[in-house]
Structures are given as structure tokens and as C-alpha cells.
Write a protein that binds this ligand. Sequence first.
Ligand SMILES: C[S@@+](CC[C@H](N)C(=O)[O-])C[C@H]1O[C@@H](n2cnc3c(N)ncnc32)[C@H](O)[C@@H]1O
Length: 316
Amino acid sequence: MYTSFEHKNKVHIPVLKEEVLDAMNLKAGDKVVDATLGLGGHAKEILKAIGKSGHLYAFEQDERNLKVAKENLKDFTDQVTYFHYNFASLKTCLSDANQPCVNAVFFDLGLSSPHVDDPARGFSFRSVGPLDMRFDQRRKLTASEIVNKWSEDKLVQIFSKYGEERMSKTVAREIVSRRKDKPFETTVDLADFIKYIKRNLHEKKDPATQIFQALRIAVNNEMVVLADALVQAIDAVCAGGRVVAISYHSLEDRIVKNVFRDLSRDLEDPNEPFIHKVIREKQVSVLTKKPIEPSAKEVSENPRARSAKMRVVEKE
Ligand SMILES: C[S@@+](CC[C@H](N)C(=O)[O-])C[C@H]1O[C@@H](n2cnc3c(N)ncnc32)[C@H](O)[C@@H]1O
């Protein structure tokens, strides 16, 4: 039913590769976390920079990407500890590994190329696939469950909050009405239906883009874990260490920006507005006033880099 896809042959070109290495400020012997291993593109460069005495703790919740990454990094086996976990478990895993603090944590958020290219994963609205969209296939919730079972109110909420979709109410209402007669089965079925509903709008992006983004974020609970994991990462780095995060859409970037900004200021007790009592001291300095973006050359060579924004903080 779905186009076949040879996962192992696919590559993911690491985005902002040189800029990431500069921002992480690595030296031989460093201990580093790659929170989003993917196929190991950035990880390989990090491992070369930290050398044989360094160690990488790598998180990847997608089993197939993890398998490919292990193969791609087979020359570095002794230097890597792999966690087939969500980066929400960052602190627990480092503590289980008896690693009190690390020199840098790296996040390269979102999808890897095989997710988009493999129709069977259901992330792309351009080729026929099941409404799945799970990064971690051990989890139960799929996009199909959301589209075919969730209430209209909940659909409006996720479409507007996670998709910033202007027509969230109309799209949710029409989906709920159509699914009574015929549940949505495939990505293209849903995408064509959204296109039909939005036929009078002349948007630059594909009309299904925002709704697919919202579904993916909801399926993987992405926004909820991201803010928490960034705080954990800042907690986990040693003094002078760095946290580097690349995001690919405005919601993600806003979370990164806000967490970094909040932790770069003293927190005063809101119940004592005149005393200015500090209840949590500033933990980091923001090193990127504006996010670092790929050059025109990088975008022309790798169009998937086009929306990347990298932000960096250094621990006090
Ligand atoms: C953009 S790709 C990373 C690509 C990688 N830097 C490389 O060069 O190959 C993001 C990866 O992070 C994984 N991922 C996304 N959210 C995650 C999470 N919360 N915990 C662990 N892995 C996650 C995805 O499955 C995907 O493989």
C-alpha cells in the first residue's frame, strides 16, 4: 500500500555543522550529551572533537534511527552510551551513569530526513502513508487516534496552539463531520481534505502544513517535554559548559528563547515585589542575542536547513 523505503541507505545532513562545533566549545576529554542523536551526523563530529578520552551520552527515541546511528558510529563504540529514551529522561540517565555534570548538551530538534522520506511513518503529506507520526513506536497515541477520536474542542486547541492554524475551528468542525461517515485512513486523504476546506485561501505553504505540524507535536508531546528538558540540560552542565539548541519552527524557537532568557536572570520572589528578594540566581549567560541561522549556501545545498535557528547559553 505504501511506497517502500530503505531506511538504512538514507542520510541526514547535519545542519549548521561548523557553527554547532564552535558553539559547543569542545576540547579533548569532554563529556557531552547529544539529546537528539538522529543518524549520528553531529555526534560523529562531536566524537572527533572530544577524542578517545571523551564520552558521548546519546538519546534517541526512534528505534530505527538509533540502529542506523550505532552503525554509523561503530568506530567510536567505547566512547558512546546510547539511551533509547526520550530526552525527558536526561537527568535520570546521567545520574544512573554516575556522570555528575557534562561539558555540553546539544539539541537538534524535530524530524530527521528518514522520518520525512519514509511514507510508512506518516509524517509527510506528500506521499500516501498511515496516520502515525510517532517518533517512538512503543508509544500508543497515533495521529489516526487524534484525527478520528479526539473531540472537536481538543482538535481546535491543538490546531491553534501547536499549528497556529488560522482556520482551526473550521478544520476541526469539518474533520469531525467527515469522520462520522468515513474515518481518515491515510496522510494524503487528510491532506487532500484540508486542501479542499481551505480551497479559497491562497497560502504560500501547502494548506496541510500547519495541521500536520500540530498533529506531530501532539502525538509526540513535544512542547511539554522540550521546556522541561532544556531546564534539565542547564542543570546538567558543569560551570562554563554550554547548551546548544537548534529549532525548526517558531513554537520551538520561542520555547528555547524563553527558557534561556528566564534562566539568564535572577528570579525575584513575586510575593515580595518591593524587597527584590532573589529566590533563584541567574544560571546562564545567553551567548546568542539573535539566533544563528544557516548561510544561503548551506540552504541551497540542504533545503531542510532553511528554517533552522540555533541558540546557545553558557553556564555560570
Ligand atoms: C533533526 S534529527 C537529529 C539529526 C542529528 N543531529 C544528525 O545529525 O543525524 C532529530 C532526532 O531527534 C529525535 N528526537 C526528537 N525528539 C526527541 C526526544 N524528545 N527525545 C529523544 N529523541 C528525540 C528524532 O527521532 C530525530 O531522530
